[in-house]
Design a protein around this ligand. Structure first.
Ligand SMILES: *Cc1c(COP(=O)(O)O)cnc(C)c1O
Length: 524
């Protein structure tokens, strides 16, 4: 176990003065690694306030189903249990503890009013098997949310069912497959994906049975039109485009690209993860995209990370509507709502998730959209773009900016020059940011940028926070030149220092085991 606060960290914290705006706990003041609950266990400790079972309880359990030995449970008093879990929770970094510039993830602040709405009993306590008559409010909300997403995207119909963006992609590409098959167009076995794409795009294409063809980017960061033209043909089922791209750049040739796709008889899929940059300004449906997904947890507020929770609605233009997953929410002529019945829409790709989707996440999205309104959503995009461009200029004072043109809601920076000069890499910079009180940005993605950092500030951050982050990066660039060992050995103030990341990913040690010969704590 590490010490609670190292002397070095305590000194640093004392000198650091006031916490910079937007930074988390000052360097060194963070909680230490916690012992496991088993290590805190002491034989015989416990609350003893739980009612004991009746005397003959054991007799009521068939002999063959009884434990032969007591379970190895830790024994603790209640305050120790409460403190243990609260201290563990303090090890979390979150958007509510500090700035979270994780590119491509849109870690914006999530308004509390959306949490309030999602917790309303009528939504949160509704049984998923409740008959339609008893679920009218939820069905109406879902129907209206579909209409709102259709309006925002310029698509004609929307399914809310997929559980996240990745599953939305799969749903969309399965619809593309069903569309080509229904037309007898079965030679279309390839999906074109730019080399800057999120890994979920090629994964989706191959899960749906297609071959991925990777398209290189042009020097300006957009899709290389010549390479694209050469790859496009009668075998192309679809192209998957992220717009703006994961470089944070708007694809200027989008109209030409989509026209070429359609002339070739293929469909255009838009990865909508970056909708936060374009809401109210650009509608993928108007641009000619046939299908797209939304990452509701990114764009429309839901605290996310570490694998969930999310929702990945998919919008389609009319030709793909027959293939949407079942059941859809329908509005009857009398204004009531109901779910589609089995067999009602035979060309559907089927169900992709249980019930109607992640309703709690969808309620938050609905609340967020209504609270902002059309103009408010456009302002979100404008502010996200403004924040990113401001930060791009400031970060450009100490790091290289590979595409020095106006960016959308995020931008790439590179430590390639710093590495040549000092040996300090992007990974070292990211680790050192932790000591400066910030969550690191996304690093080494997109894969095409040498020593890349993908930085997304979002619209919810103040200019003071953006300045504090840029100042921290500038300080680290100085440290790299003056005291490189300090940067190379970061983080110095976190409870865990530099990890062997490959071993942590490949051989994770997730289970506590008692030291050999130690007594396993057991109740009587
Ligand atoms: C986040 C993201 C995805 C995947 O979405 P999930 O909701 O995490 O499954 C796909 N593409 C891009 C560009 C993304 O940023």
């Amino acid at each position: 176990m590490t010490e609670r606060v190292t002397p070095e960290a305590a000194a640093a914290a004392a000198q650091a003065g006031p916490v910079p705006t937007g930074a988390a706990i000052p360097p060194g003041a963070g909680p230490a690694l916690q012992p496991t609950i088993f290590e805190l266990s002491r034989p015989g400790r416990g609350g003893g306030k739980v009612a004991h079972p009746p005397k003959d309880a054991l007799d009521r359990i068939p002999a063959g189903m009884r434990r032969t030995a007591p379970p190895a449970l830790p024994e603790l008093d209640e305050p120790t249990v409460a403190r243990h879990y609260v201290n563990l929770s303090h090890l979390n970094y979150s958007i509510e503890t500090g700035f979270y510039p994780l590119g491509s993830c849109t870690m914006k602040y999530n308004p509390k009013v959306d949490e309030w709405a999602a917790r309303l009993n009528g939504f949160a306590a509704l049984h998923p098997f409740a008959p339609d008559e008893n679920a009218q409010g939820t069905l109406q909300l879902l129907w209206e949310l579909e209409r709102a997403l259709a309006e925002i995207s310029g698509m004609e119909a929307v399914t809310l069912q997929p559980a996240a963006g990745a599953q939305g992609e799969l749903t969309g590409i399965l619809m593309v497959r069903a569309y080509h098959r229904a037309r007898g167009d079965t030679d279309r076995t390839e999906v074109l994906v730019p080399d800057t794409a999120h890994g979920t795009n090629p994964a989706t294409a191959s899960m749906a049975g297609f071959t991925t063809v990777s398209i290189p980017s042009a020097p300006d960061g957009g899709v290389d039109l010549e390479a694209f033209r050469a790859a496009l043909g009668p075998r192309t089922a679809a192209i998957m485009i992220t717009n703006p791209s994961t470089y944070g750049l708007f694809e200027r040739r989008i109209a030409d690209l989509i026209e070429m796709v359609h002339v070739a008889g293929a469909l255009a899929y838009m990865d909508g993860a970056n909708l936060n940059a374009i809401m109210g300004r650009f509608r993928p449906g108007d641009a000619g995209f046939d299908v797209m997904h939304f990452n509701v947890h990114k764009t429309f507020s839901t605290p996310h990370g570490g694998g969930g929770p999310g929702a990945g609605p998919v919008g389609v233009r009319g030709a793909l509507a027959p293939y949407l997953p079942v059941p859809r929410v329908l509005r009857e002529p009398d204004g009531t709502f109901r779910l589609e019945r089995a067999g009602e829409r035979p060309r559907s790709v089927g169900r992709v998730r249980s019930f109607v989707g992640n309703v709690g996440v969808l309620v938050r999205a609905y609340a967020y959209i209504l609270a902002h309104g059309g103009r408010g959503l456009a302002e979100v995009s404008e502010d996200a773009v403004l924040a990113a461009n401001y930060l791009r200029k400031r970060v450009g004072e100490s790091f290289e900016i590979p595409f020095d043109r106006v960016c959308m809601h995020e931008f790439v920076a590179s430590a390639a020059g710093l590495k040549r000069e000092t040996g300090i890499r992007t990974l070292d910079v990211a680790k050192r940011l932790i000591d400066h009180g910030f969550h690191p940005p996304t690093i080494y993605f997109p894969l095409t940028i040498e020593e890349g950092m993908l930085i997304e500030p979002t619209e919810t951050e103040s200019v003071e926070t953006l300045d504090a982050f840029a100042d921290a990066l500038a300080a680290i660039a100085r440290e790299a030149r003056e005291t490189p060992d300090l940067v190379r050995s970061a983080p110095r103030t976190a409870p865990v220092r530099r990890l062997d990341e490959a071993a942590a990913a490949r051989q994770p040690n997730l289970r506590w085991r008692p030291a050999a010969g130690a007594e396993t704590p057991c109740p009587d």
